[in-house]
Design a protein around this ligand. Structure first.
Ligand code: ATP
Ligand code: MG
Length: 368
C-alpha cells in the first residue's frame, strides 16, 4: 500500500498561492495510505476524531483522505471513513468552499473537481456540495472568509443553503467555543463588518448574536472605522457593543465564554462612554472619578485602549484632554503625603485632594 501513497497540498495554501498572498501554513492530504503506513514512515498521529499526522521534520499536518457522513446531531455526530480507497475527489467533496477544495500534486498540477479556480477568478464564495449543511461551523467560516476577502461575494445558492440551515435549526448545533473562535478571527480581518452582514443575509445574526442584530448598520460603520485605523481586537469588540446595554454585553460574554480582556473593555466602554463624551464639562471631582472608575492609574494600557475606543465612537477630540488629565495625576509627586505619619485613610484623602487640585488647574487652564 505504501507504494501507492499519494500526497497533495490542499486548502488554504493553494487558495492563497493562487490569490498571490503569502501562505501561512500548509495542509496536506494523503491518498491510499493507512495509519500504520504513516506511522511506519515516522509521522506522529495527532487527530482524535480522524487520522491527522505531523510530518517528522516539517511538523506540517498530513490528513488521510476521508469522507464524512452525518449520523447524529451536534458536533460529534459524524462518522468518518478514511480507508485507503477514499479518493482525492471524495475528500475534496467534504470541504466547505470550492476555493478551499483545490489540491495540487507533487508536480504542481492542480486537481480542481468543483470549480474552485473559476470561483477564485470570479471572486465567489460557494459551497462545494449540499453536504455543506452537515456542519454549521461552515456558516461562520463563509462569513469569516467574506471578512478576509473584501472583494468576494457569497453565491446566492450558498446564502439560501445557509438560510435553510437556520430555518431547520441545524445552526443550533454550534458549540460556544467554536462560535467565539470564528468570531474572534473574523474580528481581526480587514473587513470585519462583512462577517456580520453575511450572517445577517443568512438570517443567522438574530439567532447567534441577537445583541448585535438591532444595531447592524451602526456596527457596520463602526467596524469599518476600527479596521481602517487597524484597532486591536479588544477595541473592535468593545466598539461593536458600544450601543448595547450592559446586560446584553454580559449575556453575550457569558454565552460565548468571552475572555476577560474583551469583556472588561467592552463593559468599561458601555458604562463610561457618556462621561467620556462629556469629559470637558466635568468638574475636578467628576474628572477624577472618571479616571478612578476606569482604573487609569493601575491599568494605563487598558485606559489607553478605552480612550482609543472612545475616539472611534465619538466625534469630539477629548482624548488629548483625558491623556493630559491622566498624566497630571500619574506624575503628581506624592512623597510628602506618603511620608506623613498618619492613617492610611487620611493619606488617601490627602492624595485625592491633591489630585483634584491638580485637575482643577487643568480645567481652569482649558476654560481660559
Ligand atoms: P486559514 O487561512 O484560515 O487557515 P484554511 O482554508 O487553511 O484557512 P483551515 O481551518 O486551516 O482553513 O482548514 C484547512 C482546510 O480544511 C480548508 O481549506 C477546508 O478545505 C477544510 N475545512 C476546514 N474546516 C472545515 C469545515 N468545518 N468544513 C469543511 N471543510 C473544512
Ligand atoms: Mg489553514
Amino acid at each position: 500500500m505504501i507504494n501507492f501513497m499519494q500526497i497533495y497540498l490542499v486548502g488554504g495554501a493553494i487558495r492563497d498561492k493562487l490569490l498571490g498572498i503569502p501562505v501561512k501554513e500548509r495542509d496536506w492530504v494523503v491518498v491510499g495510505a493507512t495509519p500504520q503506513a504513516m506511522l511506519a514512515k515516522g509521522f506522529r498521529q495527532v487527530g482524535r476524531d480522524f487520522p491527522v499526522f505531523l510530518h517528522p521534520k516539517t511538523k506540517e499536518e498530513y490528513a488521510l483522505a476521508r469522507t464524512e457522513r452525518k449520523v447524529g446531531k451536534g458536533y460529534r455526530g459524524f462518522v468518518c471513513n478514511f480507508d485507503p480507497t477514499v479518493t482525492l475527489e471524495d475528500d475534496l467533496k467534504r470541504r466547505d468552499l470550492t476555493i478551499n477544495a483545490i489540491a495540487q500534486d507533487k508536480n504542481g498540477k492542480l486537481i480542481d473537481p468543483y470549480g474552485g479556480v473559476k470561483d477564485l477568478n470570479k471572486k465567489i464564495l460557494r459551497h462545494v456540495s449540499s453536504a455543506f449543511t452537515e456542519d454549521p461551523v461552515r456558516i461562520l467560516r463563509v462569513a469569516r472568509f467574506a471578512a478576509r476577502f473584501g472583494d468576494f461575494r457569497v453565491s446566492r445558492t450558498t446564502t439560501r443553503l445557509m438560510q435553510s440551515m437556520v430555518a431547520n435549526h441545524e445552526i443550533d448545533a454550534l458549540v460556544p467555543e467554536r462560535v467565539w473562535q470564528e468570531f474572534e478571527r473574523a474580528l481581526q480581518e480587514q473587513y470585519p463588518e462583512r462577517f456580520f452582514i453575511v450572517l445577517h443575509n443568512a438570517k443567522a445574526l438574530q439567532t447567534l448574536f441577537p445583541e448585535i442584530n438591532p444595531y447592524l448598520s451602526y456596527c457596520r460603520k463602526i467596524l469599518i472605522l476600527a479596521a481602517k485605523v487597524k484597532a486591536k481586537n479588544t477595541i473592535r469588540f468593545a466598539v461593536l457593543f458600544s450601543k448595547a446595554t450592559l446586560d446584553a454585553v454580559k449575556s453575550f460574554c457569558k454565552r460565548y465564554c468571552v475572555p476577560a480582556a474583551y469583556k472588561d473593555l467592552a463593559i468599561l466602554l458601555v458604562k463610561h462612554q457618556n462621561e467620556f463624551k462629556q469629559a470637558k464639562k466635568l468638574n475636578a471631582h467628576e474628572l477624577l472619578h472618571l479616571l478612578e472608575q476606569t482604573d487609569a492609574l493601575r491599568r494605563p494600557e487598558r485606559f489607553n485602549d478605552f480612550l482609543q475606543a472612545c475616539s472611534l465612537i465619538s466625534d469630539n477630540h477629548i482624548i488629548t484632554y483625558l491623556q493630559k488629565a491622566y498624566k497630571i495625576i500619574a506624575e503628581l509627586p506624592l512623597n510628602k503625603v506618603l511620608e506623613e505619619k498618619t492613617s492610611g485613610q487620611k493619606i488617601q484623602q490627602q492624595i485625592r485632594k491633591l489630585r483634584q487640585e491638580a485637575l482643577g488647574k487643568l480645567i481652569n487652564l482649558c476654560c481660559e
